[in-house]
Design a protein around this ligand. Sequence first.
Ligand SMILES: Cc1ncc(COP(=O)(O)O)c(C=O)c1O
Length: 388
Amino acid sequence: MNQFDEMINRKDSSSAKWSTKKIFGDEEVLPMWVADMDFRAPDKVIEAIHQCADHGVFGYSMPMEETEKAIQSWLKQRHNWEISDNIITYSPGIVTAISMAIQTFTGADDKIVVQPPVYYPFFEMAKKHKREVLYNALKLNENHRYEIDFADFEKKVADPKTKMFILCNPHNPSGRIWSRDELTKMAELCLKHDVLIISDDIHSDLLLFGNEYTPLASISEEIANNTITCIAPSKTFNLAGLQASAVLIPNATLKRKYTQTLQLHGLMGLNTFGMVSMEAAYKHGSEWLDQLINYLEDNVKEVEKVVQEKLPHFKVMRPESTYLVWIDARKEQKTDEEMKELLLKKGKLALEPGSKFGENGAGFLRMNIACPRETLRDGLNRLVQAFS
Ligand SMILES: Cc1ncc(COP(=O)(O)O)c(C=O)c1O
């Protein structure tokens, strides 16, 4: 049996994803919404956590050189990206890191550019900080792939009040990986107009179908000095509940300022279990990740097959990375509220409604396919049931 076929009961395990009664008012709803996986973490990670628990002393922790080395060698091995020493800061999560960066590098009147449809905390966080959000909407091309509207992008970063651009690479919800050319073009425009880039690369390890990813900050030293890159083992190895991520800031001045904000919020340490699991995952998780990627690719193909056969008016956007499948259901001509109602009441299925990711996401659905094949097939049956 493939290890990822194992059905693990996550109810009553403090799982947000599986708290369907609390969130959707229905115990029977199958959760394929929030982005975590129904798979067990790699054995080596679990062993490291056991070892740490057995030690039994849980005083304040501090990431050591070992942790930094594990991250550096992971980036070198998986992405051929060499990062210098002393550029890493740590954060419980990427959303926290983005919030800290907004607070540090933008002021009350400043504007922040995002590219919807996109991971909604980007613009929600900016709004919570009372910054104005500029939406550089992604455009669908004739091949049903998202593209950047560069003319609009330049207009938005050229606004003298724009101080920050939050990039999602690879892109959630579509799974699109931005090409080196696209990244270079965006980065050069940001340099030209003095706009700092926050590159959220949380999905960058989950590369599907042989697609390659370029870390924006690896393109040139000048770009690296204008980029803060957020990475984490949380999506890759399903460790989100352990809350440990890394924020890479090669520019020493930016790093000093950012660190001051962390200190202001008392955010200097990591949870010991998060730190231990991050190190073990980056040291020993490569083979497990390759197996996971194979499994996810087969799950994507299963979604494509079923949707094509049973819901031919829907269009699946094949993800180049990660385990989120963006489905174009606009031909249903229903509001997101109506679709949600159908999904939850008729299909007993929880997906993310597209409009959550921005206005141009309306009519799309985001399905999390990081689950055993049996669960996936159940979810697909429910999707068909909802719209039949
Ligand atoms: C692009 C992106 N960034 C950040 C996060 C969440 O990161 P964290 O849990 O570390 O705050 C997610 C989760 O889905 C995501 O898709």
